[in-house]
Design a protein around this ligand. Sequence first.
Ligand code: A3P
Length: 306
Amino acid sequence: MKESMAQEAKRPLLSEGKKHPPLGEVKGILLPRTTVNNWDQIQKFKAKDDDLVICTYPKSGTTWIQEIVDMVEQNGDVEKCQRSVIHLQHPFIEWARSPQPSGVDQANAMPCPRIMKTHLPTQLLPPSFWDITCKIIYVAQNAKDCMVSYYHFQRMSQILPEPGTWEEYFENFINGKVSCGPWYDHVKGWWKAKDKHQILFLFYEDIKENPKSEIQKVMKFMGKNLDEKILDKIVQETSFEKLKENPMINHSTVPKTIMDQSISPFMRKGIVGDWKNHLTVAQNEKFNRDYKKKMEGTSLTFHMEI
Ligand code: A3P
């Protein structure tokens, strides 16, 4: 483990004078202010039985699983998967930034069966989701790598607060002072929810280690049956190297006013264990002590390296 932050993190945080909007709050959970301002519409969203929802804590491999789901849905047809940028294919339920239509408006205008995405913790999900039998795919990533990815994302995101120094960010993350609230409660909440609802709970580390078997789980959960050749193609087409170069996936079409990828690319490293290049020995010890307390009593376990 390195004693100091990786070189890439030492670059200036953001161009001078740039102002980022502060977060708002719903029931103690920090969220983008535009989402908070649209909360009424989001909470009244009507889910349907044949909906499929991709759910993650931010920076846990959302885009990756979105493309896997799309490729399964399109039976491995690469051309069909290129029909539009990924964030237009799957409405982001809590997205609310005019002049673009809100995630709710996009979902309402979409033909069924719908595939959508959310980062909301269980307690903030629109209540209609709990009254129906829709399917949810949850992907979780270990907290240390998630924190590192989130830090670099906040450096380049122009719509989330500036992350401050790595030391400041570390404290904010472990105290849940980031958009979507504490990682710990998010993963524990969804882990518990899977016992009562149709939720396929996956781990980023497992997909990384054995993509084919995890994609097979997705396929079965979606009620599809694809042959080995197509599965192999999906593994290949959804690899980090492929997605990094794919303009429908790598967010290169997103304006700089939302994501400035000259600061840090959206498809940054795509590895397990990058936390070792960021957390100091002291931070790692502090993290582990705090983690033990916050994760006590749950059967949920993570691989911090593979
Ligand atoms: P890093 O910042 O660690 O590189 P999200 O889509 O939830 O915002 O998650 C983004 C993270 O998922 C980024 O992590 C990104 O590189 C990683 N990712 C995206 N596609 C991936 C793939 N095919 N394989 C591994 N990691 C991937």
